[in-house]
Design a protein around this ligand. Structure first.
Ligand code: NAD
Length: 485
C-alpha cells in the first residue's frame, strides 16, 4: 500500500483463487459517490461464470493448503489481517466516505470494528471445542466442530466493513473458504479487504470476491450447488429469494434482514443518559442501519419532555457531504432517497416534532434528506410498522408496561430493543418478554459489539452472527462414537 490516493488498487477486478482478474464477460458497472452522484470508478460486473470459478477456487483451497492448516495458524493469519486493517484505518475510512457517503468518523469506526472482528476471530479460531459425551459402557463418544466447506457471503451497502468482519471473519476462523459478493452500490472496502487478506498471507482461494449485480452474481452464488452455507444481510424480499435458492441445494442460510427496533422509555428513566442514544441510534449512518432504533416508545408522564428534548436535538442535526463529517451524510443512492421520501409523504397527516437541516452547499446531485421525527404516531401506522432505512423516527406514547410490550412486539420484526428504566425487576421481566435478538438495558448498541451474538426473530431473520456464537453457526457438529468394549 504505497501511494496515498484513496483508490490504491484497480477496483474493476474480481479476486478469484488468489489472482485479480476482470469479469469473464469483460463487463463493468459504475460506482457512484452518494455525496455528489458522480462516478468514482467502474467495478467488475461478475456473472455466473465468475461465481463458478470462485466456488471452484474455494473448493480447491479446502482440498489444499487452507483445508490442511491448523486452527492456530488460521488464527494467526486472521490476527495479522486485523493488524494490517488497524494500520490502514484511515485509508479504509477514506474509501467508505467516498463509496457509502458515510461521515468520516463513522467510516473510521467501521474500519476499527473490522480490525477488531479479525482480532476477535483470530484469537478464537483455536478455542472452539467439541465435548465428550457419557454413553453406554464400552463406548467413548465425542463431538468435533468442522467447517462447512465453501461458504457464500452476500453483503449489503450500509456497513460493508462490519458485515464482512462478522461473517467472513467468523467463517474463515472456522476454516471455511469464502466467496464474497459485496453490494453493487458499495464495494471498495470489500476489495481493499481482499487485498489486505492477500498481504496477510491468506492462501489462494480461502477468500474470493465477485462484485456484481444481485440478480446476476448474487443469485448465482445463492443457488450454486457447490456452496455449503450462505450468510445474507439485506432486505426481507431478497433474503426470501436467497433462502429459496439455497433450499434447492438443502443448504443452511443465515438471514439478517433488518428491523423496526424500539427503545422504550419509562417515566423513571435517567433521561439525560437516554437522550443521546434515543436520537443517535435512529440517525446513525443516515438511519440506514438494520438495528436502527426507529421507534421511540415513551411513557406518558415524561412523553412531552422527551419529545421536546428530542426535537431540540433534531434541530442541531446537520446533513452534508460525507467528507465534512457532519452528523449525517447522504443516503446511499438517489433510489434510496426516493424510497425514504415516499415514506415521509406517508407522514403528511402526522405531527413533525423535529427536523435537521441539509447544509446549503450540499450538491443538489447528492442523495440528501432531512432527518425527521414524527410525534404521536399510531402504532399501526406504516411509519411505525415498516423499515424505512432512512433518518426517520417515530414517537409513540404509552401508559402501562403491558401496553409498551404489546406495541414493542407489534411489528413483523424483532432485531433489537432497549429499555430505559431504573426498575431492576422490570428490566429483567421485560428483557424476557420482548421479541428481539438483542435487548439493551439503559443503553443501546446499534453497530459495534463484536463480542455480542446478533440476529433476529420473525422477519428480522434467523441465525446468529457476531460473538463466539457465530463460530458455531459457521461450523457443523460431527459426533464420533467409538465402541472399544
Ligand atoms: P438487497 O437485499 O436487495 O441487497 C442486499 C445484497 O443482496 C446486495 O449484495 C445485492 O446485490 C444482493 N442481492 C440482490 N438481489 C439478489 C438476489 N436475487 N440473489 C442474491 N443476492 C441478491 O437490498 P437493497 O436493494 O440494497 O436495499 C433495499 C432495502 O433493503 C433497503 O431499503 C432496506 O430496507 C433493506 N436493507 C437492509 C439491510 C440490512 O442491514 N438489514 C441492508 C441493506 C438494505
Amino acid at each position: 500500500m504505497a501511494d496515498t490516493s484513496p483508490l490504491w488498487f484497480d477496483p474493476s477486478l474480481c479476486f478469484i483463487g488468489g489472482t485479480w482478474r476482470p469479469a469473464q464477460s469483460g463487463a463493468t458497472l459504475p460506482l457512484l459517490n452518494p455525496s455528489d452522484g458522480n462516478e468514482i470508478c467502474r467495478i467488475a460486473r461478475g456473472g455466473a461464470d465468475d461465481v463458478e470459478a470462485a466456488v471452484t477456487a474455494a473448493q480447491a483451497a479446502q482440498d489444499g493448503d487452507w483445508g490442511q492448516m491448523s486452527a492456530t495458524e488460521r488464527g494467526r493469519l486472521l490476527t495479522r489481517l486485523g493488524q494490517l486493517i488497524a494500520d490502514n484505518v484511515e485509508k479504509l475510512a477514506a474509501l467508505e466516505v467516498m463509496d457509502v457517503g458515510k461521515p468520516l468518523s463513522q467510516a473510521r469506526a467501521d474500519a476499527v470494528a473490522l480490525a477488531r472482528y479479525c482480532e476477535f476471530y483470530g484469537g478464537a479460531a483455536d478455542k472452539v471445542m467439541g465435548e465428550s459425551i457419557p454413553y453406554m459402557n464400552g463406548y467413548t463418544v465425542f463431538t468435533l466442530r468442522e467447517p462447512f466447506g465453501v461458504t457464500g457471503h452476500i453483503v449489503p451497502w450500509n456497513y460493508p466493513m462490519q458485515i464482512i468482519g462478522r461473517s467472513v471473519g467468523a467463517a474463515l476462523a472456522m476454516g471455511n473458504s469464502c466467496v464474497l459478493k459485496p453490494a453493487e452500490e458499495a464495494c471498495l472496502t470489500a476489495l481493499a479487504f481482499a487485498h489486505l487478506a492477500a498481504e496477510a498471507g491468506l492462501p489462494a482461494g480461502a477468500l474470493n470476491l465477485v462484485p456484481g449485480l444481485g440478480a446476476e452474481a448474487g443469485a448465482a452464488l445463492a443457488g450454486h450447488g457447490g456452496v455449503q452455507h450462505i450468510s445474507f444481510t439485506g432486505s426481507v424480499a431478497t433474503g426470501a429469494l436467497v433462502q429459496a435458492a439455497a433450499a434447492k441445494n438443502v443448504v443452511p442460510v443465515t438471514l439478517e434482514l433488518g428491523g423496526k427496533s424500539p427503545q422504550i422509555v419509562f417515566a423513571d428513566a435517567d433521561l439525560d443518559a437516554a437522550l443521546p442514544f434515543l436520537v443517535n441510534a435512529g440517525i446513525q449512518n443516515g438511519g440506514q442501519t438494520c438495528s436502527a432504533a426507529s421507534r421511540i416508545l415513551v411513557q406518558r408522564p415524561v412523553y412531552e419532555e422527551v419529545k421536546a428534548r428530542m426535537s431540540a436535538a433534531y434541530a442541531e442535526l446537520t446533513v452534508g457531504p460525507a467528507a465534512e463529517d457532519l452528523r449525517l451524510g447522504p443516503l446511499i443512492s438517489a433510489r434510496q432517497k426516493e424510497i425514504v421520501e415516499a415514506f415521509l409523504a406517508q407522514g403528511a397527516d402526522l405531527e413533525i416534532a423535529g427536523q435537521g437541516q441539509i447544509v446549503p452547499h450540499a450538491p443538489a446531485t447528492g442523495a440528501y434528506v432531512r432527518p425527521t421525527l414524527f410525534a404521536d404516531v399510531p402504532p399501526d401506522h406504516p411509519l411505525a410498522q415498516q423499515e424505512i432505512f432512512g433518518p426517520v423516527q417515530v414517537l409513540i406514547p404509552f401508559d402501562s408496561e403491558d401496553e409498551a410490550v404489546r406495541i414493542a412486539n407489534g411489528t413483523a420484526y424483532g432485531l433489537v430493543a432497549a429499555l430505559w428504566t431504573r426498575d431492576g425487576a422490570r428490566q429483567l421481566r421485560l428483557a424476557k418478554r420482548l421479541k428481539a435478538g438483542q435487548v439493551f438495558l439503559n443503553t443501546y448498541g446499534a453497530g459495534g459489539g463484536v463480542e455480542l451474538p446478533f440476529g433476529g426473530v420473525g422477519k428480522s431473520g434467523h441465525g446468529r452472527e457476531k460473538g463466539f456464537e457465530a463460530l458455531y453457526g459457521f461450523s457443523q457438529l460431527k459426533t464420533v462414537a467409538a465402541h472399544h468394549g
